[in-house]
Write a protein that binds this ligand. Sequence first.
Ligand code: 7TS
Length: 419
Amino acid sequence: MITLLNNIELEEIRDDFPVLNQHVHGQHLIYFDNAATSQKPRQVIDAITDYYQRYNANVHRGIHALAERATREYELARQKVARFIHAESPEQIIFTSGATAGINLVAQSWARTNLRPGDEILLTWMEHHSNTVPWYQVAAQTGAVITRIELNADGILAVPEIGPRTKLVAVTHASNVLGTINPVRELADAAHKVGAVILVDGAQSLPHLPIDVQALDCDFLVFSGHKMLGPTGSGALYGKRHLLEAMPPFLGGGEMIREVTPTGFTCNDLPYKFEAGTPAIAEAIGLGAAVDYLQRIGMEKIRRHEIEITQYAMDRLCEFVEVIIYGPLKAEQRSGLVAFTFSDIHPHDLATFFDQHGIAIRAGHHCAMPLHKKLRLAATARASFYLYNTRDEIDTFIAALAAAKKFFGACPTGRALGF
Ligand code: 7TS
């Protein structure tokens, strides 16, 4: 049986994150900006330091002891990531600098060579710009067209019949604004029925939910290490082997070749075909340490904890008639974040007010401008949680919101959702 994190476990977890133990503007820091980037435990920081202090060397080329150790640890990190997402093999894990780089790789390699004029790329209204702009670029290059799956009033996808013109479905697993967890397996089945492929943006799901790429039957999945306790500049692309094998390399350079002649080159095997140049070695090793950390606690347990505190945060926010929450109202249907507006107070003013109380939230369009346009909003405020956040912190956040109400003189708006 999966139990919740108890108070002792939570204290132990919090002790692993040095950054949490500080004051901001004279108040104890409350970090609710985890959807932008998570904090890093000592174990990840130590793994990076250890690499630089003890075995800094390039990978896959040196024959000396340091190079062999660096290569071993780098490849071990790949194995850890493969196991974490239940990939069939480590060769299907391409290290990238993050979700954005993974999507661009698929756009410029798979999509650019497979799409023809009139082919459809099916997105949703809740995509991050990283899962939007690369498709606009590839549409301009190939003559493909962009279409979008509609949302219902709760910010949930209405899974459509996918038509024969659709060649690619690119969908976020969890929205960074609405929190909505999308039915990826259903979408994969619908895409595969018409011979389309599906790319899943796991930037907001992988840090928070147990992920099994084989159960999801996704063709590609991307994610960022820095949102799951790992370093910035780390992340990966997972792909089905037959697709990766058939794709041309995206970047050319060292490492990705088998042979270079005076006039041409042949490609290296997977995954090196897509890892041109010296990779982010310390970052990959740090990501491996982050995976170890998450697995030691258990993704099911982390998920239960986040459901619990997210539901608590939403319930407490609903005590204010001035608050509008965007996305599904049941925490089970969303990842651990809540985007909201508070009367007619500008979200940036609200974020500044929270900052003065030592509480870090994010305000803005969260790199999801098409969604905000659809909601007829310029911006929302967003509190996003992770395994180290507590109910007590949410109580402090709610007390700060009550203070903001007094300070700004908020009144109810009664604005509707507006999908
Ligand atoms: N996809 C989703 C769903 C995201 O939320 C983000 C980043 C990305 C892709 C891009 O990730 P990157 O690591 O390659 O930059 N989202 C956010 C956010 O919500 N606030 O700051 C970054």
